[in-house]
Design a protein around this ligand. Sequence first.
Ligand code: KIV
Ligand code: ZN
Length: 549
Amino acid sequence: MDTSYVRIFDTTLRDGEQSPGASLTSAEKLEIARALARLGVDVIEAGFPAASPDDLEGVRRIAAEVGNPLPGAGELSRPAPIICGLARANQADIDAAWQAVQHAARPRIHTFLATSPIHMRYKLRMDPEDVVERVREMVAYAHSLCADVEFSPEDAGRSDPEFLYFVLGEAIKAGATTLNIPDTVGYTTPEEFGKLIAGILAHTPGIENTLVSVHTHDDLGLATANALAGIRAGARQVEVTVNGIGERAGNTSLEEVVMTLHTRRAIFGLETGIDTTQIARTSRMVSNYTGIPVQPNKAIVGSNAFAHEAGIHQDGMLKHHNTYEIMRPETVGLNRSRLVLGKHSGRHALKTHLQELGYDLAPADVNLAFERYKQLADKKKVITYADLEALVEDQVYQSREVFSLDGLQVTCGTMGMPTATVRLRGPDGTESVHAAVGTGPVHAAYQAIDAIVGVNASLLEFNIHAVTEGIDALGEVTVRLQAEDGPSLQRTSAQNGRVHARTYGGYGADTDIIVASAKAYLAALNKFLFAAGYPQQESQAVPAAEMPA
Ligand code: KIV
Ligand code: ZN
């Protein structure tokens, strides 16, 4: 085992996605999994296959398509990531996980059972002896199917260390190859958590041949600090999510751990396999697909993370960037402020710039992006990388279209009732027009869309912001909604077993913010409609998830 290498285990698609409000379609999960593989994560926890048939199918597709080397990839290329599926400690869950991950070149089953007194007593209603027995049986069962088995004692942060050493030792005997130590409720402090990991490494029988992993939650804002304390104590796998999304206050964020290990190499002396220049792009993709915005002051990936507003800072930056900048924006893939294209740039220049940003589009999509770029260039003098990203993401991040926006007109202001007239094209190509009033132009547009689509949707979240500075900036909108759905669209939570309805995120960008708002809303509705079995439009362009990476 290389002791200077820290494995990055990404659980954006499982712990991140399980958080209420982040549910993704299987096509989006596949696209995110591809981005994670490009980012260079070692393990992708692709989901909780027992949650629903759709979840199982999503993990199976990721295992088959992202968990295998690309055809023609030489021996020197990176191996495909390990694809992992989560399972509670019961045979049905483990079978579902195996059914899904076995299609990967390197499959892993991750099973867990709680070990803290409070969880054993009130959640599991099991005695500690029965917990140990179940761990033995279920780790052995998982191992009989899959050589690579990870075991997590849930709520380890509040478990008795002596009991943990014993349970973990039994899990190792039963075949566990990775032991993941979760601070499930984000309760511990860095000092405590580091001590817990050191104790496990010192006192667990058989630990020498297993990898110790850390998994921390951010309820007290200590997730990254705790994960790093665990790494300092000897853990060599860290479980993270992009943008830190996850249950309640979220999980340890990938970008924070990776950039700390990178920026403070002199202290940690540890490597990861991450291509840091892919961080910003992956962060945007996760935010756009989940509809969960990144707070502006979020470390590494927030829109202000590299902004130097105060005059004194700007002065220092002009003299030497190290005065206030500990990382270069380029290192995380941010070069968004540079002027890239003008009104007269051609299709080839656009394609080259898109490739630089990591978008390798099919010719038909380049043509569509070029048309949209020309329209934007007529409205906006300066087009930056940030604009190009928003433009192309508005195109490639759209789900399969069941309804598409064909026209929108609004009247609003102080002199009357805000009214919107919307024209949509439906799955069979027919156009429908509807006018509606609302409390404002966005509300009126959403009312008109609802009337045509005929779905009862509740808007849970609406966010809008300008992509760049300047009055002619593109506006980006993300929304999250819930629609009345049947049981087939519900899923079971891995941790509390509760069944909850899915939510759907949508993204739209346009110089007209009402148009951007309508696009985002329709994108989210389309995801719901597609999941509910509506046919997509016949003339649909290649869906994002099926585009070559
Ligand atoms: O937080 C937690 O305990 C988990 C486990 C399933 C690893 O997510
Ligand atoms: Zn967790």
